[in-house]
Write a protein that binds this ligand. Structure first.
Ligand SMILES: Nc1ncnc2c1ncn2[C@@H]1O[C@H](COP(=O)(O)OP(=O)(O)OP(=O)(O)O)[C@@H](O)[C@H]1O
Ligand SMILES: [Mg+2]
Length: 383
């Protein structure tokens, strides 16, 4: 992520399941780029009924009214042959991702006032080769030379390391919209060493939304005798939006009311949804998912020969995870903070131990942190 001169910008792109971002080294620091009022691009693509291509926020909004003309969470399909329909057009996951990349690159081009040809794109540590290749292909389709595919936890620890001097070992816990990674990383100057990592590239906020959705769908069916999964795409889409919103609010509120007026009209009668969800019920619902992330944490710590000491969990959703399984770890008191602009994960510091798995390290460049560091103790787990 550097800009060596005005004619060659290399950007770093976080192509996320739910949100994407683009950043570059400008002067002596990393800047997240984009319009002044928003630096995060929802990873949504749509085709309006007039045939206009929509990327980001407009597509996310369109999803409510035209779910069959809108795509989200395409990252979950990367590396598969599954095509997605956007109105009358059919696109591959790579093509959809390339549209998101193009929009991000346009953001960067406008802000940096230079052509953008090269990019580093991050991917979950647990992405398969097919998924990595598809990501690379999306970059090429967007007109980019993908100079590096970098693991997300490595990128997170590099960003964290630039703000924290001295040698330290941290645990990066990144529960995103569609993927989960936990890595134990030692940082010292330009050297980043991944001691161990675990994860699941099909576990993320979307699965939490789905659990809440299932509850709302069941409630609606019980009340009105209508299954919104069958032939009610718009209502289903509205319900997903409401579930995601409720999930976010449950991170800070004890009870959340989900009220959707006139979700469907049956025999001329509008049917509403009016449900209250208690945080305690929600946390019980998601407990198996959260616990599976904690199993990965335990395994990564064991592989690295470390134990968790304190936590630096700025984001409400990570606090939810911590609260849900509070008995499984000790909570710490490091100041909250976000490494790369937004907080998509959290960090635990690990006390030093003498033993640990054999690892290898690579010195990263002074500007472009091209760490292709893989854990030697990691076991791959994905479904
Ligand atoms: N306050 C909150 N409480 C609970 N969940 C939240 C909150 N804010 C955001 N989320 C959820 O976080 C997820 C998005 O996180 P993030 O932007 O880190 O994912 P991503 O980088 O797009 O995905 P991935 O890294 O898996 O590809 C979504 O599922 C969203 O609903
Ligand atoms: Mg992410």
């Amino acid at each position: 992520m550097t800009m060596s001169d005005a004619s060659e910008c290399i950007v770093g792109i976080d192509l996320g399941t739910t949100n994407s971002e683009i950043a570059a080294f400008v002067g002596d620091r990393v800047r997240v780029l984009g319009p002044a009022d928003r630096k995060i691009l929802p990873s949504c693509v749509g085709l309006s009924p007039q045939g206009e291509l929509l990327v980001g926020e407009p597509a996310r909004h369109q999803m409510l009214v035209y779910p069959d003309r809108t795509v989200r969470s395409i990252k979950r399909k990367m590396g598969t042959d599954e095509k997605v329909a956007l109105g009358d057009r059919t696109l591959s996951p790579q093509e959809v991702s390339s549209l998101i990349l193009r929009e991000l690159v346009e953001w960067a081009r406008r802000q940096l006032q230079c052509p953008i040809q090269k990019a580093v794109i991050t991917v979950p540590a647990y992405f398969s080769d097919a998924q990595r290749n598809a990501t690379r292909e999306a970059g090429v389709l967007a007109g980019l030379e993908v100079v590096r595919i970098l693991n997300e936890p490595t990128a997170a620890s590099l960003a964290y390391g630039t703000d924290h001097a001295g040698r330290q070992t941290v645990l990066v816990y990144d529960l995103g919209g569609g993927t989960f990674d936990v890595s134990i990383v030692t940082l010292e100057g330009d050297v980043t060493e991944v001691l161990a990592s675990h994860g699941n590239n099909h576990l993320g906020g979307d699965d939490f939304d789905q659990l809440l959705m299932d509850r709302l769908l069941m409630q609606f069916k019980t009340t009105h005798g209508v299954d919104l999964r069958e032939g009610h795409r718009v209502a289903y889409s509205r319900l997903w939006w409401a579930a995601e919103e409720a999930k976010r609010r449950l991170s800070s509120e004890q009870y959340v009311k989900v009220r959707e007026e006139s979700l469907v009209v049956v025999d001329g009668r509008p049917l509403h949804l009016d449900v209250e969800v208690a945080r305690a019920d929600y946390e019980e619902m998601i407990r198996p998912l959260v616990e599976s992330t904690l199993d990965s944490v335990s395994r990564a710590l064991a592989d690295a020969g470390k134990r968790a000491e304190g936590s630096d969990a700025g984001s409400p959703r990570v606090k939810t995870c911590i609260r849900t399984c509070a008995w499984r770890w000790e909570r710490g008191c490091s100041p909250p903070g976000s490494p790369g602009g937004r907080s998509s994960g959290c960090w635990w510091t690990c006390p030093p131990t003498r033993s640990g798995p054999r690892t290898w390290r690579r010195r990263t460049g002074s500007r472009i942190h091209t760490a292709t560091i893989r854990s030697s103790g990691a076991t791959r787990r994905s479904r």
